[in-house]
Design a protein around this ligand. Structure first.
Ligand SMILES: *[C@@H]1O[C@H](CO)[C@@H](O)[C@H](O)[C@H]1NC(C)=O
Ligand SMILES: *[C@@H]1O[C@H](CO)[C@@H](O)[C@H](O)[C@H]1NC(C)=O
Ligand SMILES: *[C@@H]1O[C@H](CO)[C@@H](O)[C@H](O)[C@H]1NC(C)=O
Ligand SMILES: *[C@@H]1O[C@H](CO)[C@@H](O)[C@H](O)[C@H]1NC(C)=O
Ligand SMILES: *[C@@H]1O[C@H](CO)[C@@H](O)[C@H](O)[C@H]1NC(C)=O
Ligand SMILES: *[C@@H]1O[C@H](CO)[C@@H](O)[C@H](O)[C@H]1NC(C)=O
Ligand SMILES: *[C@@H]1O[C@H](CO)[C@@H](O)[C@H](O)[C@H]1NC(C)=O
Length: 494
């Protein structure tokens, strides 16, 4: 009997071993395939841009690689729109036609497109700038903004009518709305559908609604943060978003192999180091890297490093600008990424009219950096006020949910930990960006001892000191003169 059992057992063991081998080698093959895909992409990316000339010099075309929720919108509105006349903006139709290179003479491109768009640009004549933000804050902000924009649709009785209205408005407005722009074109409809479903459930349930005191975990009103960050959509377009965007590997990339590379890196975390290497090198080569957290310093540096060069470039007598097509308007109007033009409210329309009038047309080629900084201060405070009004009125629709600084502090460490682990590449890239920023900052301090916004103030101060000193000297002189004269007269009397 055991003679008979033995071969069967042997066969069984053999089969099991074979199965294990096949399985193991399959996994190994997949890893091997991924590794070679990622490595070969990294090699060619590291090779491609070997520009010899100085990266500190502004080239003909400025590409602002705008990572969502880093505050790039204020730079666009309050700096770049004041510097570049709109006929120098590259036309872009975001995701409908994506970047349109039909206007080869354009000088400014600001989009949420990733780095791969540079394959469509004259690379050796393009300077790239970007702003990075603490990855955990960026995830929070993305979550809040997706819900904020989606909540505006709650004025409608149901999802069907909200979607219909959005479509109608989108076809009416010539510009581009948030809903057409990556990544909002995925995140907003996702949250919109979710908010309507939760509202309907609430209505049908009646009174049994739980209002917790944690705005990030109030499932009767909005998707809890924890659910959001673990969803495949967030994995596709939110996590490690800055690294993928700088590397040119987002879900919106122009290069075909990007998707395979991204999937491999998401599957095998150890391959992330190759992506990081490429992203770091690209940051190194940028004309300017700002930090959302260091807002004042970043803005001042932007004015000094980028603004000053734009001014002198556009002022150069020999500038190769095509002035003949001045009348041609860029297709891009005021509808930039983080604004939203789809909501039906006269209040919002009024606000966007205000921003567009303050945003553009102010261009004077002879503007100084000091004037630029002054204009920026005014512009940014208006922009912030408008944003905060919009946010409050939008979040009212899902009250008691209210995203405040205090509410963020209540979010459990466990969730923060999860966000960090989902954004490991972004955390490393952010640390790297901080180092670049500090280096840049030191360099720009050598150029200008004091920040530009103080220049007029300090010049005035200096003038006052000089006047005061002259007055003092004059009075001392007068005093001495009088004393002397008195002495002489008293001598004479004697
Ligand atoms: C949605 O709302 C519109 C407008 O009030 C209404 O005509 C339509 O019947 C509603 N649809 C559903 C499915 O409830
Ligand atoms: C929220 O409620 C919990 C207990 O339910 C309490 O410990 C916490 O302090 C409250 N937080 C706020 C901000 O009220
Ligand atoms: C990008 O991500 C969105 C959201 O998950 C998804 O619907 C879309 O198909 C993705 N696109 C590509 C090219 O992977
Ligand atoms: C400036 O313009 C002159 C005449 O149009 C031309 O000869 C010269 O090469 C130009 N210089 C530059 C730097 O473009
Ligand atoms: C905006 O909403 C109001 C009701 O709130 C409606 O009467 C009006 O027709 C809407 N306008 C547009 C352009 O959809
Ligand atoms: C510079 O701009 C001012 C307006 O700010 C204008 O009055 C002046 O004429 C301009 N000068 C030149 C040389 O363009
Ligand atoms: C949300 O909080 C802000 C202050 O952070 C406050 O101004 C606003 O009124 C609050 N909104 C609601 C609906 O409570």
């Amino acid at each position: 009997m055991y003679v008979c059992m033995d071969p069967a057992l042997k066969l069984c063991v053999l089969l099991l071993i074979l199965l294990g081998l096949v399985n193991g080698s399959f996994a190994e093959n997949d890893y091997g395939r991924c590794e070679s895909v990622v490595k070969s992409w990294a090699r060619s990316s590291l090779d491609e841009e070997m520009t010899k000339d100085d990266k500190h010099t502004l080239r003909d075309l400025l590409f602002f690689l705008h990572v969502p929720r880093t505050g790039g919108r204020t730079y666009f509105h309050c700096f770049l729109k004041k510097l570049y006349p709109s006929y120098l903006e590259c036309p872009r139709s975001y995701d409908k036609l994506r970047f349109d290179p039909s206007k080869p003479k354009c000088r400014l491109l600001v989009t949420h497109d990733d780095y791969s768009i540079t394959s469509k640009l004259p690379r050796e004549r393009t300077s790239v700038v970007t702003i990075l933000r603490d990855p955990v804050d960026r995830v929070f902000s993305t979550y809040e903004f997706s819900i904020e924009v989606a909540a505006r649709f709650l004025v409608h009785p149901n999802l069907t009518s909200a979607t219909k209205m959005a479509l109608r408005l989108s076809s009416k407005t010539k510009g581009v709305s948030t809903l057409d722009i990556w990544p909002w074109k995925y995140l907003v409809p996702w949250m919109r559908e979710d908010l309507f479903a939760r509202r309907e459930a609430r209505y049908s349930r009646g009174l049994n609604i739980i209002e917790s005191n944690d705005s990030y975990d109030m499932e009767d009103f909005a998707m809890p943060l924890q659910e959001y960050i673990n969803d495949p959509v967030a994995v596709d377009v939110v996590h490690n978003g800055a690294t993928f965007q700088v590397a040119g590997l987002t879900n919106n990339s122009y290069i075909a192999e990007a998707h395979e590379v991204r999937h491999c890196v998401q599957k095998y975390k150890t391959l992330g180091k190759y992506v990081l290497q490429v992203a770091k090198k690209r940051l190194d080569e940028m004309l300017y890297v700002g930090l959302t957290e260091e807002h004042r310093k970043s803005a001042t540096m932007f004015a000094n490093v980028v603004g000053a060069q734009v001014i002198s470039q556009l002022n150069a007598p020999n500038t190769s600008l095509e002035t003949t097509d001045k009348t041609e308007r860029s297709s891009f109007t005021d509808n930039d990424p983080d604004s939203s033009e789809h909501q039906n409210s006269t209040l919002d329309r009024g606000e966007s009219a205000v921003t567009s009038s303050e945003g553009g047309e102010a261009t004077e080629f002879n503007m100084t950096v000091g004037e630029l900084m002054d204009a920026y201060e005014v512009c940014i405070s208006n922009l912030r006020k408008a944003q905060s009004r919009r946010r409050i009125s939008s979040l009212k629709r899902i009250s008691p949910v209210n995203f405040t600084k205090e509410a963020r502090l209540q979010v459990p460490e466990e969730i923060l930990h999860k966000i960090r682990s989902l954004n490991d590449l972004d955390l490393q890239l952010y640390e790297y960006a901080k180092a670049i920023f500090n280096k840049q900052h030191k360099t720009s301090l050598l150029i200008t001892e004091e920040s530009w916004d103080n220049i007029s103030g300090s010049a005035y101060g200096l003038w006052r000191v000089v006047t005061l000193a002259i007055t003092c000297v004059f009075f001392i002189f007068l005093f001495l003169l009088i004393v002397n004269v008195r002495r002489r007269t008293s001598k004479v009397k004697k």
